[in-house]
Design a protein around this ligand. Structure first.
Ligand code: NAI
Length: 306
């Protein structure tokens, strides 16, 4: 299989490394800057013998080299600087993502598209529009990352193995995301049994601000190791048709009482993309928080589509 990654910046190149070194697929890295994807690809392939993988990695500025890809991941665009919200990236990234999606789908009409560029839920909707693909074949990555941040914070707090913690974060990839402590467990034990409400709220808050915490520390851009790992998990579930149940920005048609919007919900990911959307039971409070998150995505979508 072949994965095209649009944008050879921090997230794109780290994802290329994960995909290649896990032997998931050959990788085509494409970027607008001449030399950049070629240089990154050469650097990565020079480690092939040491890392013992069989994946080919090429860098290009030409979409024709991406032809016939099974998956296209879009990371092209600006990342946040300290003090910026994801929404501040809206106008400039909308244009970049729309054009990239149009060019990529021409070469790979059968691909599944995974969008990473922020603001995530809006960029995913734009990619769906730009490609004209069935909505099942266009999705966004955010919930896996937000869930893995919460997973990490719970493990750190309880001093347990991260592997024993399962978490679920739904909603838009923004300050209004919806971590669901009721659905978080340590080896099946609900965290509500293991921590008091104030501690849970503190970890939920840290998750909501998890991206900003890293932007502030790095000063030069956003997170990319955990985002790349999160995207590679989705790539793997699709390429290997694993049907992993992963929180994914998917197109809603009535689920959770929402229509015509991309938003983070639990989905089975397989070779056809979003194979199934799961509707978990939400309390009235959770459901209205999800709708508030959806409203803010809709407002940005209006601006982007105007
Ligand atoms: P970066 O600045 O390191 O890389 C972006 C790359 O896109 C650059 O190499 C740039 O040359 C390229 N690019 C710009 N315009 C392009 C075009 N028209 N065609 C092809 N390539 C183009 O940024 P980074 O850190 O890799 O982040 C990328 C995006 O992913 C940002 O929007 C960021 O906010 C988002 N992000 C989203 C996450 C999520 O959970 N959904 C997590 C982390 C980042």
């Amino acid at each position: 299989p072949q994965v095209t990654i649009v944008g050879a910046g921090n997230v794109g190149r780290t994802l290329a490394q994960r995909v290649a070194e896990k032997n998931l697929a050959d990788v085509v890295l494409i970027d607008i800057v001449e030399g950049l994807p070629q240089g990154v690809a050469l650097d990565l392939i020079e480690a092939q013998g040491i890392e013992s993988h069989d994946s080919q990695i090429i860098g290009t500025n030409n979409y024709e080299d991406t032809a016939g890809s099974d998956i296209v991941v879009i990371t092209a665009g600006l990342a946040r600087k300290p003090g910026m919200s994801r929404d501040d990236l809206l106008q400039v990234n909308a244009k970049i993502v729309y054009e990239a999606a149009q060019k990529a789908v021409k070469q790979s009409p059968n691909a599944v598209f995974i969008v990473i560029t922020n603001p995530l839920d809006v960029m995913t909707y734009l990619t769906w529009k730009a490609t004209g693909l069935p909505h099942q074949r266009v999705m966004g990555m955010a919930g896996v990352l937000d869930s893995s941040r919460l997973q990490t914070f719970i493990a750190m707090e309880l001093k347990v193995s991260t592997a024993d913690v399962t978490t679920m974060v739904l909603g838009g990839h923004g300050d209004l995301m919806l971590p669901l402590p009721r659905y978080c467990t340590v080896s099946g034990v609900p965290i509500t049994e293991l921590m008091d409400a104030a501690t849970i709220e503190r970890l939920v808050d840290r998750t909501r601000n998890g991206g900003a915490e890293i932007v502030k520390l790095l000063q030069t851009g956003g997170a990319y190791y955990a985002p790349a790992s999160s995207a590679s998990l989705m790539v793997e579930s699709i390429i290997r048709n694993q049907s992993r149940l992963l929180p994914t920005a998917a197109y809603l048609q009535g689920q959770y009482g929402l229509n015509d919007i991309y938003l983070g919900v639990p989905c089975h990911l397989g070779c056809r993309g979003v194979e199934k959307i799961f509707e978990v039971n939400l309390t009235e409070e959770e459901r209205s928080a999800l709708h508030v998150s959806a409203e803010s995505v809709r407002e940005n979508l209006k601006i982007a589509l105007a």
